[in-house]
Design a binder for this molecule. Structure first.
Ligand SMILES: [Zn+2]
Length: 200
């Protein structure tokens, strides 16, 4: 039985306490052929997988299924995940700079402390997602569904939320300097947020 998000097996390396990646016997750090491992992944069949820390930067994973997958700390810089399913996916601490999540299904996804600067999340469904402490300089969130998402303490300097759905979005203590919220709909919580230069 493969190691999964629900059934993690320990990495075979002595004294390593990380779970093994799904489809491998070792964790990312102890994998000898990291590139070969990522080459062998079928993006359409990655639901429930344990892929913590992997480097899939620059890959075309459009339409991928990452439902319930765990990719904490992964490098997805420049990765194309447009139209993917990332419901309940763990992307906390991940490098998402310049990635493309446009139109992705991301309800309940965890993106806390991730860096999504200059990424495209336009029209993504991010309802109830966790964005606590996320960095998103210049991120495109136009038309994103952010109902009840939690970008508390996030830094979205220069991001765009044009036409986004922000009912009950909790921007508590977030940095929203120079963001474009033109046409954003709904009553968000901007408690102690930095709203300097926000376009509404
Ligand atoms: Zn290990």
């Amino acid at each position: 039985m493969d190691s999964t998000h629900y059934n993690p097996r320990p990495c075979l390396t002595k004294d390593c306490e990380q779970p093994a990646l799904t489809g491998a016997e070792k964790c990312w750090d102890h994998l000898t052929d990291q590139k070969g491992f990522v080459d062998g992944l079928n993006p359409a069949q990655l639901a429930d997988t344990w892929l913590v820390g992997i480097d899939a930067s620059g890959r075309d994973w459009s339409g991928a299924n990452l439902e319930n997958a765990r990719l904490s700390g992964a490098n997805l810089s420049g990765t194309n995940l447009s139209g993917s399913t990332c419901t309940r996916c763990f992307l906390d601490g991940a490098n998402l700079t310049g990635s493309n999540f446009s139109g992705a299904e991301m309800e309940f996804a965890v993106l806390g402390q991730a860096d999504m600067s200059n990424a495209d999340f336009s029209n993504a469904n991010m309802i109830r997602s966790n964005l606590v402490g996320t960095k998103g300089h210049g991120t495109n969130l136009d038309g994103a569904k952010l109902y009840y998402s939690r970008p508390g303490c996030a830094d979205f300097t220069g991001a765009t939320f044009r036409g986004a759905e922000i009912t009950r979005t909790i921007f508590r203590r977030a940095i929203l300097r120079d963001t474009d919220m033109t046409g954003a709909e709904g009553q968000a919580n901007f408690d102690r947020a930095d709203m300097e230069g926000v376009k509404q």
